[in-house]
Ligand binder design. Structure first.
Ligand code: ADP
Ligand code: MG
Ligand code: ZN
Length: 198
């Protein structure tokens, strides 16, 4: 039988943008670092908004992170001695991340994944929803609605684009509550402009 301390598990931190997912990931991994438990943090290579080799929160907390191309590269980059594996921006990984995280937990790793659970249209943003089902622990973080101060559950894109992934922060997205969230808002801006130019 495995010793208790060898037991792996999966934790997911999910919510909209600005809800403190990266902050919470940084806080949790830092605790293990302070106790000299070997950790590694990964992020998708696509996310180079602030820094290539770091996870940086909107409140400017940061921690070293290894950019990886996909879930299989992540799996291969985890060292034997590593006990805690942190993953930020999990929604930018392929669906293979679910299997990779499951394998890491089976191998005794404590895996903490942060990521968006909904896209800007309020649809499930895989692989985070699937990961939540396979996780022992799920923390769902809320932001403050940029419009009214209510519970920010949604990520509203405030510029007009049909792309699923538009990287950006404060000028591109806002956290919105149930009442203020309107995925058609940026499109309405475009329609207004079109009618003005006619
Ligand atoms: P996430 O990773 O979920 O996008 P971060 O951990 O990067 O969030 O940033 C959280 C921080 O963002 C907060 O502690 C706060 O300083 C800042 N922030 C900016 N706008 C908001 C907002 N509308 N609601 C909550 N926090 C916000
Ligand atoms: Mg983040
Ligand atoms: Zn609101």
């Amino acid at each position: 039988m495995q010793r208790r301390a060898d037991q792996g598990w999966v934790e997911v931190i999910s919510g909209p943008m600005f809800s403190g997912k990266s902050e919470e990931l940084i806080r949790k991994v830092t605790r293990y670092n302070l106790a000299r438990v070997p950790t590694q943090i990964f992020k998708p290579a696509i996310d180079i908004r602030y820094a290539v080799g770091e996870v940086v929160s909107h409140s400017r907390l940061s921690i070293a992170a290894e950019p990886v191309e996909d879930s299989m590269t992540l799996l291969k980059s985890v060292e034997d001695r590593t006990v805690v594996v942190g993953i930020d921006e999990g929604q930018f990984f392929d669906n293979g991340l679910v299997d990779v995280v499951t394998r890491l937990a089976a191998a005794g790793k404590k895996v903490i994944v942060a990521g968006l659970d909904m896209d800007y249209l309020g649809r499930p943003f895989e692989p985070i929803p699937s990961l939540m089902l396979k996780a022992e622990y799920v923390t769902r973080t809320l932001a403050v609605c940029h419009r009214c101060g209510g519970p920010g559950l949604f990520t509203q894109r405030v510029v007009e684009s049909d792309e699923l992934v538009v990287l950006g922060a404060t000028d591109t997205y806002e956290a919105r509550c149930r009442r203020c969230y309107d995925p058609t808002e940026a499109q309405q801006g475009r329609l207004d402009l079109e009618s003005v130019s006619e």
